[in-house]
Design a protein around this ligand. Structure first.
Ligand code: NAP
Length: 157
């Protein structure tokens, strides 16, 4: 089963210049707590944006190329999805935009940190989705450096 985890702005902003837009300590802690011990799947650009492999997690990178570093490189995304979508194991999709778009139809759960801010320079966005098709739970609200945010869990009905 696939679970999406992302931090998004008011206009679904995800990133700019191949980096994150929002840097919230509590969001990093939330991300680490949710994903540690699990497989994490990311696009090549997101992998390139990381300073190092995410510890305590199997780092799976989707790419058409081969390179050193990840635990696994997936070349055939369709095959990976069909082989893993019905498993009981929770596999986290951690971005970026192209991966969220590809996995959204197959993800039962979305953890979205919704940040009450926008960035005109954003270049990557979370895909639009129909909120009515999900049960929504607000896990927690918070504020850091003047930025308000809410951790939300969406589960497909
Ligand atoms: N806010 C958040 O929660 C969050 C989370 C993660 C990332 N981000 C941000 O998102 C941005 C990166 O996102 P992005 O959408 O530009 O890139 P991305 O999804 O991270 O990576 C795109 C790359 O993944 C590979 N790929 C994608 N689909 C594929 C397919 N069907 N088959 C084979 N390979 C495939 C390709 O790599 P090759 O070119 O090697 O083939 C493609 O260039 C950054 O700014 C990052 O900081 C934000």
């Amino acid at each position: 089963m696939f679970t999406i985890i992302a931090a998004i702005g008011k206009n679904n902003e995800l990133g700019k210049n191949n980096q994150l837009i929002f840097h919230l300590k509590e969001d990093m802690q939330f991300f680490r707590a949710k994903t540690t011990g699990h497989k994490v799947v990311m696009g090549h650009k997101t992998w390139d944006s990381l300073p190092k492999k995410l510890p305590g997690r199997e780092n799976i990178v989707v790419s058409r190329h081969d390179f050193e570093g990840p635990d696994l490189i997936v070349h055939d995304l369709k095959q990976f999805i069909s082989e893993n979508k019905d498993t009981d194991e929770e596999i986290f999709i951690i971005g970026g935009g192209t991966l969220y778009f590809a996995f959204l139809p197959f993800a039962k759960t979305l953890y979205l940190t919704e940040v009450d801010a926008s960035d005109e320079k954003a270049s990557t966005f979370f895909p639009e989705f129909d909120h009515k098709k999900y049960h929504t739970e607000i896990i927690k609200k918070g504020s850091e450096n003047g930025l308000n945010y809410a951790f939300k869990k969406y589960v497909k009905k």
